[in-house]
Every structure is written in C-alpha cells, then in structure tokens.
Design a protein around this ligand. Sequence first.
Ligand code: C5P
Length: 237
Amino acid sequence: MHEPDGPGRDAGPVIALVPAAGRGVRLGADAPKAFVPIGGVPMLGLAVSGLMAAGVVDEIIVMVPAQLVEATAALLPPAAPARIVAGGAERTDSVRAGLANAGDAAYVLVHDAARALTPPTLIARVVAELRAGHRAVVPALPVVDTVKTVDSAGVVTGTPDRSALRAVQTPQGFAADVLRSAYEHPEAATDDAGLVERLGIGVRTITGDPLAFKITTPLDLRLAEAVLDGKQVVGRC
Ligand code: C5P
C-alpha cells in the first residue's frame, strides 16, 4: 500500500483547473470541443457543474481559446465560482496558464472539460486522498484491450503485460507545490501526472469511473448523449 507521503493534511483551498482550449479535431464539430453541447449544455458547463456538485472545490479556473474568453461566462452555471482565462497551443500550455492564476491553492485538480460526465463522487474521492496526505492522485481503470507498441512502419515491437496497464482519467489531483514544480520544466506531456512522475514523486492511483470517459470521437458524443438521456429518464421516474 502506498502511504501518504506529504505533510498535506492541512486544510487549504482546492482550485480546479479545467483545460477547455483544445480544438477537438477528432470530434469533427464546428465549435471547439468543450463548447459542443450534450443534451443542450456545452461540455464545459457540464464539467463545471460536476466540480461544483462534488462540494470539495473552492474555485474553478477554466482555460478556453483566447477569442472565447468573453463569451464563456454565459455558458457556465449561474453562481459558478469560476474565472476564465486564455489557454495555449498545447494542453500543457493551457494548464500552465491556469496554474499561473491559482496562487492561493493548497491543492490543485486538473480536470478535462472533455470528461464532462465525471461523477462528482469521483472528484470528491480524489480530494479526500489529497487531504489524507497523498501528493499526487489519479483515477485509473484497468485496460480492456491488449495493447501493442509499434515502430514507425506499424510493425509490432512489443506486447506489454496488460495486467500492469491502467487507463488514467481526470480529475488528477496534486499538492499545489508539486504541480508547480512539475510545470517548471518545459516538456509537454499528455497528462499532468506524467510531468510529476519525472520529478520522481510517487503518483497514487485510485479506482476511476467509466463515466469519466473522455469525449473525443463522434461515437463518444453519441454515448454521452445516451447516458445523459438515460439519467433524465431515470430522474423522471
Ligand atoms: O486533446 P485532448 O482530448 O487530449 O484534450 C484534453 C483536454 O485538454 C480537453 O478538455 C481540451 O479542451 C484541453 N486542451 C486545452 N488546450 C489545448 C489542447 C487541449 O485546454 N491546447
């Protein structure tokens, strides 16, 4: 078992950074991905609602394309404790821009707008682990497919042991000083924990949730619509 490794039991504000500045080319929509609606609500609005519903987040900073900073406020839930700032060319640039505005944070969550249906209970579990003293916490699920590595010609070079693989989700949670140190390095990474790992800091995984899937392709969008539709039907019963 991975024991808590930091002094992070103190109370302190939790700030959530929501990267929403991607173009979402794989989704093939007209709008940037985070602005595409599901059940009539933009993904970004759903993601911010989920963070608020978790009841453990003090402030939310969303990073959007520079030209959409002004228009974004109207898309967020009323009374969201949110600030909106311009993101950057790569996801790491967007997170760095958010982090520069999170001066007061004791803990930082980084939560993709594209994981719009993430259950609030998962968000609360990540924060509970941080408050218990773990300095880097990511939700993860076992990988169901067999995964291959390939060379530039597409020829298989290896088959990693599937039992040791995990697909990671967001929110990824960090003691604020840990994430700041990680972002002092200029390298890009596809997730924030990847930068923290390079510092040699242990990253704890907790059990993720299938509903925290990243909406990336048109099929994902249909799945998200169906999930929301099902919830509304259940809610009416
Ligand atoms: O492209 P990908 O699906 O990995 O993006 C994950 C999240 O990062 C999305 O919510 C996207 O809007 C955000 N992002 C960003 N700035 C970028 C690229 C992606 O905020 N330059």
